[in-house]
Design a protein around this ligand. Sequence first.
Ligand code: PLP
Length: 403
Amino acid sequence: MSAGDPGTLAINGGSPVRKDYLVFGSPDVRDAEIREVESTLRSGWLGTGPRVAAFEEAFREYVGARFAMALNSCTAGLHLSMIAVGVEAGDEVITCPMTFASTANVILHLGATPVFADCDPETLCIDPQQIAARVTPRTKALVPIHFAGRPADMTPIVEIARTHGLKLVEDAAHAIETLHHGAKIGTIGDCTAFSFYVTKNVITGEGGMVTTDDPEIADWIKVAGLHGLSRDAWKRYSDEGFRHYEVTFPGFKYNMMDLQAALGIHQLARVEENLKRREAIWKRYATAFADLPLRVPPDPTHAQDRHARHLFIVLLDLEHLGTDRDGVLQALHAEGIGTGVHYRALHLHPFYRERFGYQVGDYPHAEWVGARTLSLPLSSKLRDADVEDVIAGVRKVLSAYRT
Ligand SMILES: *Cc1c(COP(=O)(O)O)cnc(C)c1O
């Protein structure tokens, strides 16, 4: 093929599928959010205030939990949740190496040890049998991730927690819309942390939320997220009249701003509509890629499970490709298609190798996934033409590298 041939990869000098780069995880922000941010700015109340309270109430209602506490990130939510359920220095907390760094960082911040349980290679969620094999007398809590928006296998996980008296903190950064056997994620564990980071299904720029049914945990997180000041200290400058705050313990600066909640309120109002759009894109991708050397993780099989369609992941069939995952990623980048990697296995990052001595082979499923996983654009903002460009790009690149 010559460089002018439409089949020549852009990375080899051919013409790209797209001229304007398609950014991975571009947020779907509309006029309602923009107007709300503007009126927040004009209101003079930018920090934690009435819009945060309204967003918490809307989120609480959407999830069906008793309490919802808005914070400035999911990471902050995971950190406070760990403390709230009693994780302390010397404890072990079981989570999955197929996750984002912060799931395990917050465990380390408390002087506790993250103990990894491998993922299931089909669902990419933590494998309950692997959890059971790693419970020790020091285990304090379990942290499953609802990976890509698919519910983790919660029935056996809840059973393991109950049998051994363990706390259950769920990383639901991908899973705002997820159901497990008809139960909304956010109503099962002791605490559940959600993310509103820019690429997530509901965005506030940066932001997070913790849900719980326990009034003591709810109260503590609310206070701990605002320096440990007495409850409702944020109201001290409101029209309710000045009141002094009191420091009840040294807390954290983890509160959400009204500017962020202004986005969240309108994002959440469209959460179901946006999910329908991502479900349609998902279907189109799954059909279009059926004959390519890749695998799409299967849908949940239980009739009352719901997948939040956060990440459309393909697992590349490297045995039939003349390049690796990063080669495919770079070739797609040259075609004008942005992609993501969720994730390279956490235990093989330098910190974990050095501190805990982890090696290749310790968690074979997470390593297998981590070497071949690629996430394609799935934002509800994508137009049909964008979706067709992604398909054309993936087909072009994988056909060129197919062996
Ligand atoms: C995004 C993400 C987080 C962190 O969320 P932040 O809101 O950015 O702190 C944690 N866990 C997983 C699985 C994530 O994808």
